[in-house]
Design a protein around this ligand. Structure first.
Ligand SMILES: C[C@@]1(CC(=O)O)c2cc3[nH]c(cc4nc(cc5[nH]c(cc(n2)[C@H]1CCC(=O)O)[C@@](C)(CC(=O)O)[C@@H]5CCC(=O)O)C(CC(=O)O)=C4CCC(=O)O)c(CCC(=O)O)c3CC(=O)O
Ligand SMILES: NC(=O)C1=CN([C@@H]2O[C@H](COP(=O)(O)OP(=O)(O)OC[C@H]3O[C@@H](n4cnc5c(N)ncnc54)[C@H](O)[C@@H]3O)[C@@H](O)[C@H]2O)C=CC1
Length: 212
């Protein structure tokens, strides 16, 4: 069986993380990046989580896990160092909640890939739990290739696509033009910071193709 990869929109959603150690901290940082509303249930937390609580970036409830803690959560992560507690979390959620049990992929209905972000580009690597370290290694290799140039390049492609959708009606011409933007030239101009030249190059392509 393979998992189904998705990109979940967490903005404004209630997320409950049980446990406040190193693994919880790693998961929390990416949940906050996605603007989830994070609540941490744990008798103790890392310094970083404590700072995030003090600066109101998350809510820390200093106590041990109880069943009702996850009642209204959209997404739940059980990250304590006690297997039996994580098991209790797995039993407390209903079948419509998203749940990740960090020491038990079988009881989770999603697992977290290793991911790299550059602006609007996300590269996520999963080994279906076979080797999280390999997922991380491959992610790091890809991160070198897909550096910060890609954030800028993708913003450019996004803007061009908006213009093309507005100006070019025929789907096959649209596709042709959007494909041309993937030629090495546009990436190279972005890499070299020749943005004006790049944008002009796009406009002249657009004019050529639309016959104006
Ligand atoms: C199934 C999964 C569930 C989930 O967490 O969603 C899971 C499970 C487990 N991980 C364990 C160990 C380690 N996990 C990491 C690292 C990461 N683990 C992540 C994800 C996942 N880990 C999911 C599968 C991902 C996939 O492969 O598709 C990453 C990618 C994402 C993230 O956590 O944000 C993140 C890298 C982030 C980055 O890129 O930096 C390291 C290395 C390190 O920390 O450097 C080690 C030690 C080395 C080793 O054991 O390999 C253990 C054993 C614990 C024990 O020994 O008791 C279990 C439990 C089990 O296997 O049963
Ligand atoms: N999925 C993954 O990526 C990985 C998973 N693991 C697993 O994750 C577990 C946690 O690892 P770490 O974060 O390094 O542990 P840790 O020891 O740093 O943190 C454990 C946290 O759980 C909290 N906790 C303990 N009992 C609790 C309770 N009854 N209710 C609420 N919180 C409670 C503690 O206060 C502490 O904050 C490990 O036992 C290991 O099996 C380990 C590495 C990676």
């Amino acid at each position: 069986m393979n998992e189904y990869p998705v990109m979940i929109r967490l903005k404004g959603k209630k997320i409950t993380v049980i446990g406040g150690g190193k693994v919880a901290e790693r998961k929390i940082l990416s949940l906050l990046q996605a603007e989830g509303v994070v609540e941490v249930i744990s008798p103790s937390v890392t310094e970083k989580i404590q700072t995030l609580a003090q600066t109101a970036q998350l809510k820390w409830v200093k106590k041990e896990f109880e069943h009702y803690d996850v009642k209204s959560s959209f997404l739940v992560i059980a990250a304590t160092n006690r297997r039996e507690i994580n098991q209790q979390v797995a039993e407390a959620v209903n079948e419509y909640q998203l749940v990740n049990i960090v020491d038990n992929p079988e009881k989770s209905n999603f697992i977290v890939p290793s991911s790299h972000q550059q602006g609007k580009l996300t590269i996520a690597v999963s080994t279906s739990g076979s080797s999280p370290s390999l997922a991380k290694k491959i992610k790091n290799e890809l991160a070198q290739q897909f550096d910060e140039t890609y954030a800028e390049y993708l913003d450019f492609l996004h803007n061009c696509r908006d213009v093309v959708k507005l100006r070019v009606e025929k789907p096959e011409i649209r596709r042709q033009l959007l494909k041309l933007l993937l030629e090495d030239e546009f990436l190279a101009l972005t890499k070299n910071g020749q943005l004006t030249e790049r944008n002009q190059r796009f406009l002249s392509l657009l004019e050529d193709i639309t016959g104006r």
